[in-house]
Design a protein around this ligand. Structure first.
Ligand code: ARG
Length: 459
């Protein structure tokens, strides 16, 4: 096919080369943003007297029609086109003839593509943030039901100290709040307009970059035209913010996978959010969580693709940069997919409080509290730690736990022990007393939920 830039060439592009070179199969999704950018550009050209007001109005009107026609499926994207920018321009030129050919005055595909990706990702960031907000809301609602549901807290995956399920869930809520912060931050830096950078060196036409920046809802026009077309930092920043979201979802997934194993049985996923085995009739598999954990890998890969693609590129545009889109779109698509499946999965899961409590009741999870008991009676912590360690060894020897160890056994190790030790090391006491700011006690968790809901209102 003949290209728009065919003037300099004496042959048509080899069909294999055309297929290799073309990006419309993946940048076609930006048609709406491309048209929006072109409308702003056409308006500006008219206002600045670079094209006539009539031509400008005709371009704007026709661009709106092309948008409508693509939306309605009346025009199909031509997969032989080089990219979405060329495709839209060719449709416009087919329809408007001479006037259509004026649209690309004082513009290059280099600033056009940089603009389109920013416009596209800006919308996507809004969607990702609203999904994360939904997830945090589900976490707050679930945590509210479990402010006093005792479970073991772990370090090294060994039972460590008792916490509440609400406390555990609110930890994820904080991680996700930070994710929103990172996404907002990347959106802020992304919100500068590259249009008018031209191919790299601006233009000799009297364009008004501030006008197009404002029409398109940007905070300002980018300061340097070379940077305007060379920069893909915003893709890398977004991919890295998304990678962190995915890493969080992946850690959560790992816990869900463990929690619904028979070894834990802390939760059970709803039948609609689990899958069976083709051979083992008893199986109920947490495929969704596993897939989220798996997809985290590809998103990290997308981030790496972008960094590696950019690391050796001289300024300004190089065709390598066409590879940005598949990577960043993949990251965006997958995080949205994961979030929208994860949310209802969490909403519908059953929580087995008894199993959580039983697990917390074993494993000497109250040993720290036993040591703290001695400290509160005047002993130095290191001595109390040692004595409690000895008591744990004694329990293991006697096949019992600290709650059931005889008072004589306690007293044999320290005279400071008395009958009140049993109350001090009871699970509920251990949790309720952990009321320090940010701690697992029901009151403390309620405050965390309150804080989180208030923070969400500000997003
Ligand atoms: N399809 C190209 C891309 O996605 C558009 C920019 C092309 N510019 C150029 N000079 N070849 O990066």
């Amino acid at each position: 096919m003949a290209m728009m830039w065919a003037g300099r060439f004496s042959k048509e592009v080899d069909s294999k080369v055309n297929a290799f070179n073309s990006s419309i199969s993946f940048d076609g999704r930006m048609y709406g943003h491309d048209i929006r950018g072109s409308i702003a550009h056409a308006e500006m050209l008219g206002k600045c007297g670079i094209i006539s007001e009539e031509d400008s109005a005709a371009l704007v009107e026709e661009l709106k029609k092309v948008l409508q026609d693509i939306d309605d499926g009346k025009i199909q994207l031509d997969m032989n086109a080089e990219d979405i920018h060329m495709f839209i321009e060719s449709v416009l030129t087919e329809r408007l003839g001479e006037v259509g050919k004026r649209l690309h005055t004082a513009r290059s595909r280099n600033d056009q593509v940089a603009l389109d990706i920013r416009l596209y990702l800006r919308d996507e960031i809004d969607e990702i943030i609203s999904l994360i907000k939904k997830l945090i809301n589900v976490l707050c609602d679930t945590a509210e039901k479990h402010t006093d549901t005792i479970m073991p807290g772990y370090t090294h995956l060994q039972r460590a100290q008792p916490i509440t399920f609400g406390h555990h869930l609110m930890a994820y809520a904080q991680m996700l709040l930070r994710d929103i912060g990172r996404l907002e931050d990347s959106a802020k830096r992304m919100n500068q307009c590259p249009l008018g950078s031209g191919a790299l060196a601006g233009t000799t036409y009297p364009i008004d970059r501030d006008m197009t920046a404002e029409l398109l809802g940007f905070d300002c026009a980018m300061i340097n035209s070379l940077d305007g077309v060379s920069d893909r930092d915003f893709c890398i920043e977004l991919a890295s913010a998304i990678s962190i979201v995915m890493m969080h979802l992946s850690r959560f997934s790992e816990e869900i996978i463990m929690w619904c194993s028979w070894e834990f049985k802390f939760i059970e996923l709803d039948d609609a959010f689990a899958t069976g085995s083709s051979i083992m009739p008893q199986k109920k598999n947490p495929d969704i969580s596993e897939l989220v954990r798996g997809k985290c890998a590809r998103v990290i890969g997308d981030n790496m693709t972008l960094l590696t693609m950019m690391k050796g590129l001289p300024l300004a545009y190089n065709k390598d940069m066409q590879e940005d889109k598949e990577a960043i779109f993949d990251a965006v698509d997958n995080v949205k997919l994961c979030l929208s499946t994860f949310i209802p999965m969490l909403e519908t899961m059953s929580v087995y409080k008894e199993n959580m409590r039983n697990a917390a009741a074993r494993g000497f999870i109250n040993a720290t509290d036993c040591a703290d008991y001695l400290v509160k009676k005047g002993m130095a912590f290191r001595d109390a730690y040692k004595i409690t360690g000895g008591l744990v060894a004694l329990c293991i020897e006697k096949n019992t736990d600290l709650e059931h160890l005889a008072l004589e056994d306690y007293k044999s190790r320290s005279e400071l022990f008395d009958g009140d030790v049993y109350r001090a090391i009871a699970l509920d006491t251990c949790v309720n007393m952990r009321s320090s700011k940010g701690g697992p006690s029901p009151d403390s968790v309620k405050k965390q939920i309150e804080y989180t809901r208030a923070a969400l209102k500000k997003v």
